[in-house]
Design a protein around this ligand. Structure first.
Ligand code: HEC
Ligand code: HEC
Length: 502
């Protein structure tokens, strides 16, 4: 399939695919009681509101949510790099029978649930014609994504939902939350190595613009940067996407101009706020289930001060900004699927750390203590699990009663939290566990390494950011977080040696 036909297929696109009603629905029989995902009260108290007055965000009612159809999780097959695909691979898959792999009735032990959760984590919610594989592989190769040792790209998969129908699968949790190290080792749940270009590959200019608007429009700000995109060509939109380094993407609700670092999910069980802006509280497993449901489709249906992002791109044409498509046309994870998924995410463990404790790392630990890092990055989680206000944000009185807030303003760039749909007025304190296997750092991934994060030159306006720089930006400061910037070369090296042992 070429050109127009392929583009039309994509035009039905990620949104249609996100919500595509499944023609082969099988209703699983549940044997277990699981928390209710769409608990309206828990959602209301769990999601922090935008940093401006009079911009209420409301989520869809439970009645609507539960009328959406439950997703069927089929077996997934690996996608190989073009050089490593076994001969006749796709032809063989065309003969495969469809296999439903998630059946809550068969889950008894904790290990059963975790194993089933892994299947959900790897299951793509967007299915495309198989010809997309060639497009995606080209993007992976051009953007330098390492291939896993076994010759695959675990971000992508193949699904056979019906005998003879081979589909290219995309937008699983694993798409964004799998890290492939330069040596080909795979860290599932690690800060992802997915090129932003892969996300929402624009089919035609009108659709691409509508799509970007739905993903990023912020109804309560002036001079919304997404308005600029409404005049851009596909090449220009792709140039913005290509300016993002691996490890950083414009997740929906952030901005093409202020994207976000993909978090390491290893250790997320211990974090009390989710997202860099602390958008969602994490009080129990139900909150994790709600987070996954919201972020894999349901928050596009939310009402953002009168604007519903899904409207412009819904599978049903002609919807007004504040309207919802019929729920039966959309798809969601079942509650047991989300329960299993959350258990799997909680079970993720870090790879063995090759950096042992040495003399320099011991000295670095002393530097860490002396410089007061532990106030915010408190051992043993290296995280106080608090929110810090962005410059210019006034903490509402009731927030002081409800949230854990560290009142120090660290002074990093404010746009992500003040001017996007994920904004709250805060940046959360990130954990420092696992910094040895991840990067880039800072909320938008502006610096590539720890060395750069503790380099005082980054405060200057002639600094060339080593991570995310920005579309068309030659140089800019990476402001804020002054901690550890005035150390001697020795102390700095020791501090970094220590951080790499965590
Ligand atoms: C298109 C890429 C993409 C997909 C698909 C995706 N995520 Fe994420 N995820 C991100 C990005 C980017 C963030 C950071 C958002 C932010 O900080 O505002 C994130 C944040 C998170 C967080 C918050 C972690 C923290 O420490 O703040 C969790 C939990 C999470 N994702 C789980 C999942 C699960 C589970 C799935 C599948 C159901 C999933 N994600 C699918 C890109 C993705
Ligand atoms: C007042 C609280 C506070 C103190 C003190 C503090 N930090 Fe941070 N740190 C933060 C916040 C908040 C961020 C995230 C800022 C952002 O992304 O905008 C951060 C980010 C980081 C990061 C980047 C992590 C990532 O995932 O992006 C590292 C590394 C770090 N801090 C190390 C240190 C060290 C070492 C010290 C002591 C020299 C220190 N911090 C002192 C609050 C603090």
């Amino acid at each position: 399939m070429q050109g127009k036909v392929l583009f039309d297929a994509i035009a039905r696109g990620v949104f249609a695919a996100l919500f595509a009603a499944d023609l082969f629905s099988l209703v699983p029989a549940y044997a277990q009681a699981v928390p209710k995902t769409w608990d309206e009260r828990a959602l209301e108290t769990g999601v922090i509101q935008p940093p401006v007055a009079h911009a209420p965000v409301k989520h869809i009612p439970a009645d609507y949510y539960y009328r959406m159809r439950e997703r069927v999780i089929y077996r997934t097959y690996p996608v190989y790099s073009s050089k490593r695909e076994p001969p006749g691979y796709l032809e063989k898959l065309a003969l495969a029978e469809p296999e439903v792999v998630f059946d809550a009735g068969k889950l008894h032990t904790e290990q059963d649930w975790i194993g089933a959760g892994k299947q959900v984590f790897r299951y793509p919610i967007g299915l495309f014609p198989v010809d997309m594989l060639a497009v995606w592989r080209t993007i992976m190769e051009r953007t330098g994504v390492p291939v896993a040792r076994d010759g695959t790209y675990p971000h992508l998969s193949i699904v056979v939902p019906k005998k003879g129908v081979v589909m290219a699968g995309f937008l699983s949790c694993a798409t964004c939350h799998t890290r492939i190290q330069p040596d080909g080792s795979v860290i599932e749940g690690g800060q992802g190595t997915v090129p932003d270009l892969l996300l929402g590959f624009p089919p035609d200019v009108q659709i691409a613009r509508a799509f970007q608007r739905a993903l990023f429009r912020v109804p309560w700000i002036d001079n919304d940067p997404i308005d600029r995109v409404q005049k851009m060509s596909i090449d220009e939109i792709n140039a913005i996407k290509a300016a993002m380094p691996l490890g950083v993407v414009a997740r929906h609700g952030t901005s093409l101009f202020t994207p976000v670092q993909i978090p390491d999910l290893i250790g997320v069980r211990e974090r009390r706020y989710l997202d860099r802006t602390g958008l969602m509280r994490h009080r129990d497993i139900g909150d994790m289930m709600r987070y996954a449901a919201l972020n894999q489709g349901a928050d596009m249906l939310s009402d953002y001060a009168g604007y519903r992002p899904v409207a412009g791109v819904a599978p049903v044409a002609g919807l007004k900004d504040d309207h919802l498509p019929p729920p039966e046309a959309l798809e969601r994870y079942s509650d047991p699927q989300l329960f299993a998924l959350a258990k799997y995410v909680y079970s993720l463990a870090p790879p063995p750390n090759p950096n042992g404790i040495t003399d320099p790392s011991r000295r670095g630990e002393a530097v860490f203590a002396r410089e007061g890092c532990a106030r915010c990055h408190t051992p043993p989680l290296y995280n106080s699990n608090k929110l810090t206000p962005a410059r210019g944000f006034e903490i509402p009185e009731e927030h002081r009663r409800t949230y854990e807030i560290e009142p120090t303003i660290v002074g990093t760039d404010t746009d992500l939290t003040m001017r996007t749909r994920r904004g709250t007025g805060y940046y959360k304190i990130p954990s420092l566990l696992g910094v040895w296997y991840r990067g880039p750092f800072e909320h938008s991934g502006s610096v590539a390494t720890l060395e750069d994060w503790f380099d005082a030159k980054r405060l200057r306006s002639d600094y060339v950011p080593t991570g995310f720089r920005g579309f068309g930006v030659e140089h800019r400061a990476v402001p804020g977080h002054p901690f550890g910037l005035n150390l001697s070369a020795d102390d700095k090296a020791a501090l970094i040696a220590f951080l790499k042992t965590l």
